[in-house]
Design a protein around this ligand. Structure first.
Ligand code: GCU
Length: 437
């Protein structure tokens, strides 16, 4: 008898807790089901933070003021508020693993080179897959990270199969490891033959060699290897995976500067999607990259965050908490309070060549926001004595689909089709690179 009321009480308590929990998950900021806005008329009111005014309100009117004052302060804001701070550069070592004299339909020499670096807590080895045009002496190069292992970019079975952790993909990758069936699955994104035909080298690295793409509280991959070196970085500024991948790209460039078949002073850093965010951050940080290409990079890449169209800061931080530093969480559903926006990231690449590409079917990445950010960045390019987009003003309207604007130092196109990298995209980059690399 006496147990009956206490059982009821317990049930009641459990129901109350359940209802409270439900109410909390339904209403807590950032927890409610995310519904992306795609309606231009519903974009919140916003004002972009200026490119050519310092944080203290001083106009930036000379190249010198840009280089000594504005550029460093913007770089510092992106470091502390968005991507996180990486430790200083560490020394690398390299080892040639294998060479093929007959790659890309007989037009290229292909090498696999392991580049290792690390710190007191461990080390990282990333494998570079390098195609250089046959008979060239020192080639300018495109350097980019890939999503599915070097073996995925070319079906040739003599390329080593990555044994690293890999995101599962239906019908391609299971148990987080690649197998033979994933050879060449991403070949359409990496047209090595077309690239060497134009006289360029192609260098690619599996991004998981640098940092596996999952949230582990910044402990595996490069974060673990350089943990001691990063130990005095404040917790909210600790580097996320994008900063880690970008750091790896700079170490790859350290190696390329020593490679006798590559011209290390003419390297374009390229990336698609999250790896496009990465190429932009690598290019902003490391002025040795002569050209920077962002393919469909979207939120946290080339798209203006304040438009909050498609993917938003709140959404990206919820889905991918390991990409950015913890300070970035402050701007979830609160883009206007962020001291920077992405047009300023693009400006950090000035006066070096910059190409931003969008796709019509990639509204999640906000093509218009990517275009607008590029036109805003034009001001920094002009201040530094280049012609930016190439005419006397940046374009006022978005170009039609498949009408690339690429006569200046900033290039832009909106390709017909989905979120992807296609031959059309590469054809534009190659033409652009012929003049700018
Ligand atoms: C998701 C993410 C994007 C990212 C993309 C990718 O769609 O929301 O921000 O660019 O993945 O990297 O493939």
């Amino acid at each position: 008898m006496s147990t009956q009321p206490s059982k009821m009480l317990l049930t009641l308590k459990l129901i109350t807790v359940g209802v409270l929990l439900l109410a909390f998950t339904a209403t807590a900021p950032g927890q409610a089901k995310f519904v992306a806005n795609y309606d231009e008329s519903k974009i919140p009111e916003y004002q972009l933070p200026p490119i050519l005014t310092s944080q203290s309100g001083q106009p930036i009117e000379s190249a010198e003021q840009w280089q000594n004052q504005r550029r460093p302060e913007l770089l510092e804001l992106f470091t502390t508020q968005v991507y996180g701070r990486a430790p200083k550069a560490v020394a690398i070592s390299s080892k040639l693993i294998r060479t093929s004299m007959d790659a890309a339909n007989g037009k290229a020499i292909r090498r696999e080179v392991d580049v290792t670096f690390g710190g007191e807590s461990g080390s990282v080895t990333m494998r570079l897959l390098i195609y250089t045009p046959k008979n060239a002496i020192k080639s300018p190069a495109f350097l980019g990270l890939n999503f599915q292992g070097n073996h995925s970019i070319d079906p040739d079975p003599s390329i080593s199969l990555s044994d690293r952790w890999m995101r599962n993909r239906e019908g391609i990758t299971e148990n987080n490891r690649a197998d033979e069936s994933s050879r060449g699955v991403a070949a359409s994104r990496w047209p090595a033959e077309l690239i060497v035909d134009h006289g360029f080298a192609l260098v690619t690295i599996y991004y998981g060699d640098i940092d596996p793409d999952f949230d582990d509280q910044f402990s595996n991959g490069i974060h673990g290897a350089l943990a001691t070196e990063a130990s005095d970085i404040p917790a909210d500024e600790k580097w996320g995976s994008i900063a880690g991948w970008a750091y790896g790209l700079s170490r790859a460039l350290d190696y390329l500067e020593t490679d006798s078949m590559i011209d290390g002073s003419r390297v374009a850093v390229f990336g698609h999607s999250r790896l496009g965010k990465t190429s932009l951050w690598a290019g902003a940080n490391d002025p040795r990259f002569k050209m920077v290409i962002s393919n469909n990079s979207g939120c946290g890449g080339a798209a203006l965050s304040r438009r909050a169209i498609g993917e938003t800061i709140g959404r990206i931080n919820t889905s991918f908490p390991h990409w950015f530093c913890d300070n970035y969480l402050k701007y979830n559903e609160n883009e206007n309070s962020c001291p920077v926006d992405q047009h300023q990231l693009l400006a950090l690449i000035a006066p070096r060549a910059l190409y931003v590409a969008s796709a019509t079917g990639d509204q999640w990445a906000d093509p218009k926001g990517e275009f607008l950010a590029s036109t805003e960045a034009d001001a920094a390019y002009r201040l530094l004595g280049t012609q930016g987009f190439g005419s006397s003003h940046p374009p006022a309207n978005m170009p039609e689909a498949d009408q690339a604007i690429r006569s200046g130092v900033i290039g832009y196109h909106l390709r017909t089709g989905k979120h992807d990298v296609t031959t059309y995209d590469w054809e534009q980059y190659l033409e652009f690179a012929k003049r700018n690399l």
